[in-house]
Design a protein around this ligand. Sequence first.
Ligand code: GLY
Length: 363
Amino acid sequence: MTELTVTGPTRIDVTGDAPYQVLVGRGLLGELPGLLAGAAQAALLYAEPLKAHAEHLAGLLEEAGIRPLPIEVPDAEDGKSIGVAAGCWDALGANNFTRTDAVIGLGGGAVTDLAGFVASAWLRGVRWVPVSTSLLGMVDAAVGGKTGVNTAAGKNLVGAFHPPAGVLCDLAMLDTLPHADLVAGLAEVVKCGFIADPAILDLIEADPAAAQDPASAQVRELVERAIRVKAHVVSNDLRESGLREILNYGHTLAHAIEKAEHYRWRHGHAVSVGLIYASALSVRAGRLAPEIAARHRAVLTSLGLPVSYEADAWPALLAAMRVDKKARGSKLRFVVLDDLGAPSILAGPADELLESAYAEVAG
Ligand code: GLY
């Protein structure tokens, strides 16, 4: 006898002034129209590689009586520009987009950041829904209401906090995601394990191969756990005036590496090296037991993520960290760990301390 297991989506609540749910599961795109009740039309931003999925979504909207307005945008970071956003606003204007209409971003973090930004400014804010197609997008970009575009001054310096009406994380989308992108997204999941939910680390350590198989129960649990960590943080601090800063664990060095690499490195790869660095800094600042730093290296290595960077790059990386948008005034700030699940802030560390921690990643 064939056993039928029907599992519906997991619904994770994000609370605060504008509450919403993040839906995680397989085959849940049919949930989209329900998030857009009252909309007469919905703009659907997508990049060319996802055209077939966009057509499918457009059909679902039409069946629900919502007129789809597909807008193809350049793929990845090329789409995250003020010029592309302006083109989207022109399209909304040409179609008499009103306050009850909505914007959908179908894609990875770049397309969902763009879609959210387009929605945040049109009529001073209309509803939007990210339909996330990458692991990184699901566990990071799509949750938390940060939207924005890149400008000549830098990445993500122009944007708005604009929480979505709901978030769809359809794990079936991960089946066709390149393996390297899936693994890169896991770096953010590992980060969530160290700052808040060590069960994530236990899951990966028990079976690193399953953690990289998009069809596994482990990937679903990892995605859900990472989203719960982020949902908890942004529910309590949408505008990053306190707690939200812990999500930056590993990111100060990561942003500097991305800049040094002219953004050709995957974000998750830079975060992986950044996590090793942040754990080394935590140890050298006398906050963290060396065994926990060693666990960073072991977990990230088991996933095939990079744990080192060029030895002679330090002066350029330090200079880049000094202008990171998360620095405050002239003082560098690092999220460090005092223990598993216990992040804290290290403000204004001495250059000697920063450089000595870099010895742990210098390859
Ligand atoms: N990606 C970090 C944050 O959303 O705050």
